[in-house]
Design a protein around this ligand. Structure first.
Ligand SMILES: Nc1ncnc2c1ncn2[C@@H]1O[C@H](COP(=O)(O)OP(=O)(O)OP(=O)(O)O)[C@@H](O)[C@H]1O
Length: 258
């Protein structure tokens, strides 16, 4: 099997504090990997190491065939990255934003027009091409940000909480594009706090306090834990690893107060 990401025994310490603790995983090409974990568990630190932005304290990794320790610059140029706080230019239109990012990526002028048009279609940005990014709704902004991160045709796309604060309809439209990209062979690593999104991933990894607690398909994880709800499984990891007791359900919280 060919892998887009292979990391082995990666650790990152900041002084005495270990943010990522000896984690290993391999993600096959063309799969959607959902990287889950509570706030502060080590997701972004792991991602920064995969992108070649942060050097691990120990461990090794290959991303798109490139060594994260020795070929960090090439990795940065080969991947697409989109975060919740993606920097769109609000006083430029959709098309002008795409044009601007295409120039940053150094896409030749003759190719630029066709790439921009393809991106507009793929991300469902038709009809509002001449609208300023600043007046777009959250869902449209996220799709435009996704489009900007795809212009250089990356084989690996990293999405850090791409749908945070986006309405349910826009989330589904967004995930439609994600699945389409995976089908075309692009590997996707996505972090999310939405469990319905997690359930539609090909593979899931749970990280907590810097340790990888679980890695597998949704079905494998359900069978192993003997439960259906990914959210309950997620919470059980947190409870197992800490003294925190989390309420069983939102109904339990409500009934407790009644
Ligand atoms: N440069 C740094 N120096 C010191 N500590 C850091 C640094 N970067 C991250 N940390 C710490 O490492 C831990 C993991 O942070 P990280 O941002 O990787 O978590 P996360 O899972 O991405 O959280 P979130 O969902 O909130 O983005 C946190 O306790 C954070 O404060």
């Amino acid at each position: 099997m060919e892998y887009a990401i292979e990391i082995k025994n990666i650790t990152k310490s900041f002084g005495e504090f270990t943010a990522v603790d000896n984690i290993s995983f391999s993600i096959p090409k063309g799969k959607i990997f959902g990287f889950l974990g509570p706030n502060g568990s080590g997701k972004s630190t792991t991602i920064r190491m995969l992108c070649g932005v942060l050097t691990p304290t120990s461990g090794s990794g290959i991303v798109l065939g490139l060594d994260i320790l020795k070929e960090a610059e090439q990795i940065k140029q080969s991947i697409g990255y989109m975060s919740q706080k993606f920097g769109l230019y609000e006083d430029l239109t959709i098309k002008e934003n795409l044009d601007f990012f295409a120039s940053i990526y150094g896409i030749p002028r003759r190719e630029k027009k066709i790439r921009i048009q393809d991106t507009i279609e793929l991300c469902g940005l038709q009809e509002k091409e001449s609208v300023l990014a600043g007046v777009l709704s959250g869902g449209w902004k996220q799709r435009l940000a996704l489009g900007c991160s795809l212009l250089h045709q990356p084989k690996l796309l990293i999405l850090d909480e791409p749908t945070a604060g986006v309405d349910p309809v826009s989330r589904r439209v967004f995930w439609g594009v994600i699945h389409q990209l995976a089908k075309s062979g692009i590997t996707i690593l996505v972090t999310t706090h939405y469990m319905d999104e997690a359930e539609s991933c090909d593979l899931l990894g749970f990280i907590y306090r810097g340790k990888l607690m679980q890695l597998g398909t949704v079905e494998e994880i359900r069978q192993q834990e003997g439960r259906q709800s990914i959210e309950d499984i997620f919470i059980s990891y947190v409870e197992r690893m800490s003294d925190i007791k989390v309420s069983g359900s939102f109904m339990e919280i409500k009934n407790h107060l009644d």
